[in-house]
Design a protein. Structure first.
Length: 213
């Protein structure tokens, strides 16, 4: 998939060094993850804190430069564990989480990079701040909670073309001075890469299909 990503980037006049592949290892055991680590890959994504806490500390004993992204929903009672375990938290999406993350980061003196998740499709069942509220929320994170934000992420609706969602997210990033743009999954990472993604989150195209959890 790296070759396909490279050609998509080239088409868009971007350099392959401009994009990071987050290998989404959710549901896969350490035995499946280890070969990728041995091959040199270091950036991984998990969507459940419990599962990540069970797998990653042992893997990190052997590969201490791993960069772990939380890409799944975050409850405030899990903020402590999330700050301790992850290097990047991609799912900051409401004031309550911003408040507890700010407090935990200070307490642990550990500062994972933070991305604001935007619910670009305005889907009721999906996490993320609504696009119309994104600017105000980003300002609130900065002003009220003194958080330094790294970027934005989105998960477009499964049944819609992703491009308008990627364009919307890139626009929100640009007007709020945010560098990191996490968008694109196995079926649409090439489009995301052409539309300004700095990170693509790729699971099944790397690891193969996931079993039912
Ligand atoms: C599972 C997941 C992915 C990866 O999905 P694939 O289709 O397997 O590439 C990306 N982002 C998020 C938020 C996920 O939960």
């Amino acid at each position: 998939m790296r070759a396909e990503l490279k050609s998509a980037l080239e088409e868009a006049g971007r350099d392959s060094g401009e994009i990071e592949i987050i290998a989404v290892s959710k549901t896969h055991s350490a035995d499946f993850i280890r070969p990728l680590l041995i091959a040199g890959h270091r950036v991984f994504g998990e969507n459940r804190i419990q599962e990540a806490a069970a797998k990653w500390p042992a893997l990190r004993d052997d590969f201490d430069d791993v960069v772990l992204h939380l890409i799944g929903p975050l409850q405030s009672n899990k903020a402590k564990e999330a700050v301790a375990l992850f290097d990047v938290i991609e799912t900051l999406d409401r004031p309550k989480i911003a408040r507890v993350l700010a407090a935990e980061m200070e307490k642990q003196d550990k500062h994972p990079a933070l991305l604001v998740q935007v619910n670009t499709g305005e889907e009721p069942q999906k996490a993320g701040i609504l696009p119309a509220e994104a600017d105000a929320f980003i300002a609130q994170c900065r002003d009220e909670f003194s958080l330094s934000l790294a970027g934005v992420m989105c998960i477009p609706p499964v049944d819609e073309p992703p491009a308008p969602h990627f364009a919307l997210l890139a626009k929100i990033a640009e007007r709020n001075d945010l560098e990191t743009i996490s968008m694109g999954m196995s079926h649409d990472y090439a489009i995301a890469a052409q539309m300004g993604a700095t990170h693509v989150r790729v699971g099944s195209a790397i690891f193969g299909p996931r079993g039912t959890p």
